[in-house]
Design a binder for this molecule. Structure first.
Ligand SMILES: *Cc1c(COP(=O)(O)O)cnc(C)c1O
Length: 222
Protein backbone atom coordinates (compact mmCIF):
# COMPACT_ATOMS: atom_id res chain seq x y z
CA UNK A 1 0.00 0.00 0.00
CA UNK A 2 1.37 3.39 -0.92
CA UNK A 3 0.06 5.56 1.87
CA UNK A 4 1.86 8.74 0.87
CA UNK A 5 0.47 8.53 -2.64
CA UNK A 6 -3.05 7.90 -1.35
CA UNK A 7 -2.72 10.84 1.04
CA UNK A 8 -1.63 13.05 -1.82
CA UNK A 9 -4.56 11.92 -3.98
CA UNK A 10 -7.08 12.46 -1.18
CA UNK A 11 -5.74 15.99 -0.66
CA UNK A 12 -6.09 16.67 -4.39
CA UNK A 13 -9.62 15.25 -4.46
CA UNK A 14 -10.64 17.73 -1.80
CA UNK A 15 -8.84 20.73 -3.26
CA UNK A 16 -6.27 20.90 -0.46
CA UNK A 17 -3.18 20.58 -2.65
CA UNK A 18 -0.99 22.85 -0.54
CA UNK A 19 -1.85 21.22 2.76
CA UNK A 20 -0.05 18.51 4.67
CA UNK A 21 -1.20 15.45 6.57
CA UNK A 22 0.92 14.10 9.39
CA UNK A 23 1.15 10.31 9.55
CA UNK A 24 1.33 8.83 13.03
CA UNK A 25 2.82 5.33 12.92
CA UNK A 26 0.73 3.33 15.37
CA UNK A 27 3.19 0.89 16.90
CA UNK A 28 1.10 -0.97 19.50
CA UNK A 29 2.27 -4.62 19.60
CA UNK A 30 5.06 -3.74 17.12
CA UNK A 31 8.62 -4.55 18.20
CA UNK A 32 11.42 -2.04 18.56
CA UNK A 33 13.27 -3.33 15.48
CA UNK A 34 10.32 -2.62 13.20
CA UNK A 35 9.87 0.77 14.83
CA UNK A 36 13.51 1.62 14.20
CA UNK A 37 13.02 0.66 10.56
CA UNK A 38 10.09 3.04 10.32
CA UNK A 39 12.17 5.78 11.96
CA UNK A 40 14.90 5.18 9.40
CA UNK A 41 12.34 5.62 6.64
CA UNK A 42 11.58 9.05 8.03
CA UNK A 43 8.46 8.42 10.10
CA UNK A 44 9.08 10.35 13.26
CA UNK A 45 5.70 10.24 14.97
CA UNK A 46 4.90 7.15 17.01
CA UNK A 47 1.45 6.40 18.44
CA UNK A 48 0.87 4.06 21.37
CA UNK A 49 -2.37 3.32 23.20
CA UNK A 50 -1.00 1.83 26.43
CA UNK A 51 1.13 3.67 28.96
CA UNK A 52 3.26 0.68 29.92
CA UNK A 53 4.13 -0.12 26.31
CA UNK A 54 4.79 3.51 25.49
CA UNK A 55 7.21 3.91 28.39
CA UNK A 56 9.03 0.69 27.51
CA UNK A 57 9.55 1.82 23.93
CA UNK A 58 10.42 5.36 24.97
CA UNK A 59 13.22 3.95 27.11
CA UNK A 60 14.78 2.40 24.00
CA UNK A 61 13.92 4.91 21.30
CA UNK A 62 13.90 8.13 23.31
CA UNK A 63 13.97 11.36 21.42
CA UNK A 64 14.53 9.65 18.05
CA UNK A 65 10.75 9.36 18.08
CA UNK A 66 8.01 11.82 18.73
CA UNK A 67 5.56 9.96 20.97
CA UNK A 68 1.77 10.32 20.86
CA UNK A 69 -0.59 8.87 23.44
CA UNK A 70 -3.63 7.80 21.42
CA UNK A 71 -5.44 5.48 23.83
CA UNK A 72 -7.53 5.80 26.96
CA UNK A 73 -5.43 7.40 29.68
CA UNK A 74 -5.94 6.54 33.34
CA UNK A 75 -5.49 9.50 35.63
CA UNK A 76 -2.99 7.71 37.86
CA UNK A 77 -0.71 7.00 34.88
CA UNK A 78 -0.38 10.60 33.70
CA UNK A 79 2.79 11.06 35.73
CA UNK A 80 4.48 8.22 33.83
CA UNK A 81 4.16 9.87 30.41
CA UNK A 82 3.84 13.60 30.99
CA UNK A 83 7.46 14.30 30.03
CA UNK A 84 7.65 11.65 27.29
CA UNK A 85 4.86 12.52 24.85
CA UNK A 86 4.43 15.43 22.48
CA UNK A 87 0.65 15.10 22.08
CA UNK A 88 -2.14 13.37 23.96
CA UNK A 89 -5.06 12.53 21.64
CA UNK A 90 -7.45 11.22 24.27
CA UNK A 91 -8.51 13.94 26.67
CA UNK A 92 -12.12 12.98 27.48
CA UNK A 93 -12.94 14.07 31.02
CA UNK A 94 -12.44 16.79 33.58
CA UNK A 95 -10.51 14.69 36.12
CA UNK A 96 -7.94 13.90 33.42
CA UNK A 97 -7.62 17.56 32.40
CA UNK A 98 -6.98 18.49 36.03
CA UNK A 99 -4.32 15.82 36.49
CA UNK A 100 -2.62 16.68 33.20
CA UNK A 101 -2.53 20.33 34.18
CA UNK A 102 -1.10 19.51 37.62
CA UNK A 103 1.60 17.16 36.35
CA UNK A 104 2.53 19.43 33.45
CA UNK A 105 2.97 22.29 35.90
CA UNK A 106 5.18 20.13 38.14
CA UNK A 107 7.32 19.28 35.10
CA UNK A 108 7.37 22.92 34.04
CA UNK A 109 5.85 22.26 30.61
CA UNK A 110 2.67 22.88 28.66
CA UNK A 111 1.06 19.65 27.46
CA UNK A 112 -0.55 19.68 24.02
CA UNK A 113 -3.83 17.76 23.95
CA UNK A 114 -6.68 16.84 21.63
CA UNK A 115 -10.22 16.29 22.83
CA UNK A 116 -11.46 12.82 21.95
CA UNK A 117 -14.97 12.91 20.55
CA UNK A 118 -17.20 9.85 20.23
CA UNK A 119 -19.03 11.27 17.22
CA UNK A 120 -20.98 8.09 16.48
CA UNK A 121 -21.81 7.62 20.19
CA UNK A 122 -20.63 4.02 20.24
CA UNK A 123 -20.92 2.45 23.68
CA UNK A 124 -17.64 0.62 23.29
CA UNK A 125 -15.66 3.80 22.75
CA UNK A 126 -14.38 6.59 24.93
CA UNK A 127 -14.82 10.25 24.14
CA UNK A 128 -17.23 13.11 24.67
CA UNK A 129 -20.40 13.42 22.68
CA UNK A 130 -20.38 16.22 20.13
CA UNK A 131 -22.66 18.48 22.19
CA UNK A 132 -20.58 17.97 25.34
CA UNK A 133 -17.40 19.36 23.82
CA UNK A 134 -18.00 23.11 24.05
CA UNK A 135 -19.17 23.05 27.70
CA UNK A 136 -16.11 20.89 28.47
CA UNK A 137 -13.76 23.33 26.74
CA UNK A 138 -15.22 26.19 28.72
CA UNK A 139 -14.41 24.34 31.94
CA UNK A 140 -10.81 23.48 31.07
CA UNK A 141 -9.76 26.76 29.45
CA UNK A 142 -8.48 28.02 32.78
CA UNK A 143 -5.80 25.31 32.94
CA UNK A 144 -2.65 27.09 31.81
CA UNK A 145 -0.45 24.00 31.57
CA UNK A 146 -2.53 22.23 28.98
CA UNK A 147 -3.08 23.55 25.50
CA UNK A 148 -5.97 22.28 23.38
CA UNK A 149 -4.72 21.84 19.82
CA UNK A 150 -7.72 20.19 18.21
CA UNK A 151 -9.99 17.16 18.10
CA UNK A 152 -9.64 13.41 17.66
CA UNK A 153 -12.13 10.71 16.78
CA UNK A 154 -12.16 6.98 16.10
CA UNK A 155 -14.86 6.19 13.56
CA UNK A 156 -16.87 2.98 13.78
CA UNK A 157 -15.50 0.17 11.66
CA UNK A 158 -17.20 0.04 8.27
CA UNK A 159 -16.50 -2.29 5.38
CA UNK A 160 -17.18 0.67 3.11
CA UNK A 161 -15.67 3.88 4.57
CA UNK A 162 -18.20 5.97 2.63
CA UNK A 163 -20.71 4.90 5.31
CA UNK A 164 -18.76 6.78 7.96
CA UNK A 165 -17.86 9.88 5.98
CA UNK A 166 -20.44 11.78 8.06
CA UNK A 167 -18.41 11.10 11.23
CA UNK A 168 -15.40 12.97 9.86
CA UNK A 169 -17.60 15.72 8.48
CA UNK A 170 -19.25 16.23 11.87
CA UNK A 171 -15.89 16.43 13.64
CA UNK A 172 -14.61 19.02 11.17
CA UNK A 173 -17.76 21.10 11.59
CA UNK A 174 -17.41 20.96 15.37
CA UNK A 175 -13.85 22.26 15.00
CA UNK A 176 -15.13 25.13 12.85
CA UNK A 177 -17.77 26.08 15.41
CA UNK A 178 -15.16 26.06 18.19
CA UNK A 179 -12.78 28.14 16.09
CA UNK A 180 -15.46 30.75 15.48
CA UNK A 181 -15.77 31.28 19.24
CA UNK A 182 -12.20 32.57 19.44
CA UNK A 183 -11.41 31.07 22.83
CA UNK A 184 -8.05 31.91 24.40
CA UNK A 185 -5.80 28.92 24.98
CA UNK A 186 -7.70 26.77 22.47
CA UNK A 187 -6.92 26.29 18.84
CA UNK A 188 -8.27 23.85 16.30
CA UNK A 189 -5.08 23.34 14.32
CA UNK A 190 -5.26 19.53 14.42
CA UNK A 191 -7.97 17.11 13.32
CA UNK A 192 -6.70 13.62 14.20
CA UNK A 193 -8.98 11.33 12.25
CA UNK A 194 -8.49 8.42 9.89
CA UNK A 195 -6.96 4.97 10.35
CA UNK A 196 -5.86 2.28 7.91
CA UNK A 197 -9.37 1.49 6.76
CA UNK A 198 -10.73 5.00 6.40
CA UNK A 199 -7.93 7.59 6.15
CA UNK A 200 -8.64 8.65 2.58
CA UNK A 201 -12.24 9.56 3.35
CA UNK A 202 -11.08 11.26 6.56
CA UNK A 203 -8.59 13.39 4.61
CA UNK A 204 -11.23 14.32 2.06
CA UNK A 205 -13.26 15.63 5.01
CA UNK A 206 -10.41 17.72 6.42
CA UNK A 207 -8.16 15.46 8.48
CA UNK A 208 -4.57 16.63 8.87
CA UNK A 209 -3.35 13.85 11.15
CA UNK A 210 -3.92 10.16 10.44
CA UNK A 211 -3.07 7.23 12.71
CA UNK A 212 -1.91 4.21 10.75
CA UNK A 213 -1.04 0.84 12.26
CA UNK A 214 -1.97 -2.14 10.09
CA UNK A 215 -1.29 -0.24 6.87
CA UNK A 216 2.36 0.22 7.87
CA UNK A 217 3.20 -2.83 9.97
CA UNK A 218 0.70 -5.46 8.86
CA UNK A 219 -1.89 -7.28 10.93
CA UNK A 220 -1.39 -7.19 14.68
CA UNK A 221 -1.06 -10.41 16.68
CA UNK A 222 -2.60 -9.88 20.08
C1 LIG B 1 -4.84 0.92 16.79
C2 LIG B 1 -5.24 2.32 16.61
C3 LIG B 1 -5.09 2.97 15.38
C4 LIG B 1 -4.55 2.28 14.14
O1 LIG B 1 -5.44 1.38 13.62
P1 LIG B 1 -5.15 0.65 12.20
O2 LIG B 1 -6.51 0.22 11.76
O3 LIG B 1 -4.26 -0.49 12.50
O4 LIG B 1 -4.53 1.63 11.31
C5 LIG B 1 -5.46 4.30 15.29
N1 LIG B 1 -5.96 4.96 16.36
C6 LIG B 1 -6.12 4.38 17.56
C7 LIG B 1 -6.66 5.18 18.68
C8 LIG B 1 -5.76 3.05 17.73
O5 LIG B 1 -5.91 2.48 18.94
Amino acid sequence: MNIEKNVHNALQNSGRVDEKVKIIAVTKTVGVDAINEALNLGLKDIGENRVQELVKKYDVIGSNGNFHMIGHLQTNKVKDIIDKVSLIHSLDRLSLAKELNKRAKMSDLVMDVLIQVNVAEEESKYGLKVDEVIPFLEKIMKYDNIKVKGLMTIAPFAEDPEEIRWVFKDLRRLGEVINSKGYDNVDMEILSMGMTNDYEVAIEEGSNMIRIGTGLFGKRNY
